[in-house]
Design a protein around this ligand. Sequence first.
Ligand SMILES: Cc1cc2nc3c(=O)[nH]c(=O)nc-3n(C[C@H](O)[C@H](O)[C@H](O)COP(=O)(O)O)c2cc1C
Length: 384
Amino acid sequence: MTRYPRISDLQKRAYRRLPPFVGAYLFSGTSQNQARDESLSDYASIKLVPRFMRGRVETNLSRHFMGTDFAAPFSVAPIGLSSLIWPGSEIALAKAAAKAGYGYALSTVAGASVEQIGPLAGDKGFFQLYAPNDRAVAIDLMRRAKEAGFTKLILTTDVPAPSRREEMRLAGAPIGSRSEASPTMRVMMQSARHPSWSLAALAHGGRFRFHNLEPYAPPEMLKNITQYIGSQINGALTWDYLDELRAMWDGPMLLKGPLHYDDCKRALDAGLDGLVLSNHGGRQLDCAPSPISQLPKLREQLGSDVTLAIDSGMRSGLDMARAIALGADFCFLGRAFLIGVAALGTKGAHHVGDILMDELSNTMIQLGVETIDELAKVDSRHLF
Ligand SMILES: Cc1cc2nc3c(=O)[nH]c(=O)nc-3n(C[C@H](O)[C@H](O)[C@H](O)COP(=O)(O)O)c2cc1C
């Protein structure tokens, strides 16, 4: 806590340790980064009004969400290629989350498999599905996730196709089908100048793998696995397919990414158990509204009984308190956790959880509330 008391302190170190092509993958949004930046800055405009004279305030951060008791109202969001950002990060983050009692969501396109992470994440794990075009692949992936111990599914809707990711191009990141080709000289030079990242990559085998989807790729496509993955997941999801997937998965299921009332309503009518309001961290559509700015209106329109989680733009326990006060039941944080592992390796995974819990608890004490339910009723103001 002394040297890196905030995520922003870790971010400076993460930035230095990552090769630019990796840093661009983690930090960038799309186009002019407006959706990414507004998703962050909208939090700063939320004011919470404290109440005093309550004596000693003892906080309890626990939250019941999707049938599970969490020690705190948050989870690591699903991050594809986490192991590229920092080698081994899926395992480090899943272990840290299980130890502290918050959630961990594994991406379909993570570097670790459902079989590796399911037993580590335990009952607090979520499996995130990018619906594959091939129904047989979807069925088998869900079967494997279930058998590995995942009970909760997150279906992501907000990636109809990859976005342009201009900053990755500028940083020389291999994009799309070129990623399996031998690394470019620029990538090699960047890696050589960032020895902590390169050594960590070497210690983890030196090559990125898509363990969840590789088993389904025809042998001739294994050399170009990202092309196979793109052919499976780009543009695959429709409302009819969502109905099919709902029928295939017999546990709690969340839709991640809706921002429009009609999409939220349609998903709930299809029997989904809740929604994660998200703009994918501002990575897909630069004019998308920030999820936090949509939250008060959607909460009012959908009613208090609907389960609403949120992500995009939270970097602190204070931001989570703001989201909960505006109507969120639960929070997912993506970059904050990867910043932690990029800055400090395995220790960073634990450190980010500690920071978030301590900040949330302290915010609640300053506000004069002891539980997350009380936090949800705090008097709030916002400028959006
Ligand atoms: C590097 C990176 C990779 C991501 N990969 C996925 C993914 O595979 N699946 C998914 O549903 N969301 C993915 N997301 C979106 C996150 O789950 C989450 O919506 C976003 O990070 C929230 O914003 P934040 O980073 O500001 O917390 C990714 C985000 C980042 C930054």
